[in-house]
Design a protein around this ligand. Sequence first.
Ligand code: CIR
Length: 277
Amino acid sequence: MDHRPELTMATVRLDQKSRAIVRSISESYINAIANYFGSGPTDIAAAKSQHKAYADALSANGVEVTTLEADQDYPDCVFVEDQAVVIDGHVLLPVPGHESRRGEQPPIADFLSDQLQGHQICKMEPPAMMDGGDILRIGDLFFVGRSTRTNDAGISELKDLLDHLGHELRVIDIPAQALHLTSISSTPSDNLILIPEEYLTPESFGEMPEGCEVIVMPKEEVYGCNTIGLPGNKVLMADGYPAVQAELESRGFECILLDMSQIRAADGSLTCCSVFY
Ligand code: CIR
C-alpha cells in the first residue's frame, strides 16, 4: 500500500459521526450469504423497510446519509462496512474476503474518492484480504479480527498503515461461530467495547487505555453487541436484546431500537450497513 506521510490528520473522535454511506437492499438480496446469525433473508420488502428505518434513524440523529444504488449482481451490497474504511485522512480499500463480494467496491471507492479529495487512497492487493467488518477502533487503538475473511497478509497491510499513523493494532482471533469482529462487538461510545461471553474475552483485547472498559454480555445476546454510538449519548441497537439495552441504559445511554431481523438473516449487523467518513 502506498500512503504519503504528509496527509496524516489528527485523530478524530469516533462519536463525531457526521456522514455515512449506506446502500440500498438489492433485488437479489434473497441470495445473500448467510452462515452465522441467519439462514438467509426471506422477505425483501421487509428488509427494505427495515433498512430505510435504519437510515432514517441515522439521519434523525444528525448523520448526513448518502444512499448508493443497489446492484442486482451483488446480493450482499447493502453491507458496505466491509468495502471501505476511512482512517484519519486515508481511505482503506481492502480486498473483501469473500470473492463474490469483490465487485461491490467500485461505486463506494468512487464516491469516497470524490467526497474526500486530499485523502490518501490505500488499496490492498491480493493475497491480502480483509473485510472492513473486522476492524474496531477505540481512540488511537485498533483491533482487527483474524477471521475467514481477514488473513495475515491483510492484517500486515493494515498494520503498516496504522504504524504510519502512529496507532496501535491488536489482533483478535475470531471464533469459528462468528463472521467478523464487528459482528460480535462494537463501541457504543469512545471508551466502551461490548462483547459476548464465550465468543470473546476482555483479556483478548489486552490492557485497555485508562478509562476504557470491555463489557461482557450474555452469549445469547451476541447479536445485540453490535451497536452504533452517536452523539448525545444515543445508541442505535437491534430490538430484542434486553441485557445489552439495560446495560447501556444503566450507563446513561438512550437506546434507539431497530427491527433488524431481515438484515440479521443475512448475517448483517448495524455497523455493517454504513461507512462513516
Ligand atoms: C456476508 O457474509 O458477507 C454478508 N452476508 C454479511 C456481511 C456482514 N458484514 C459485517 O458484519 N461487517
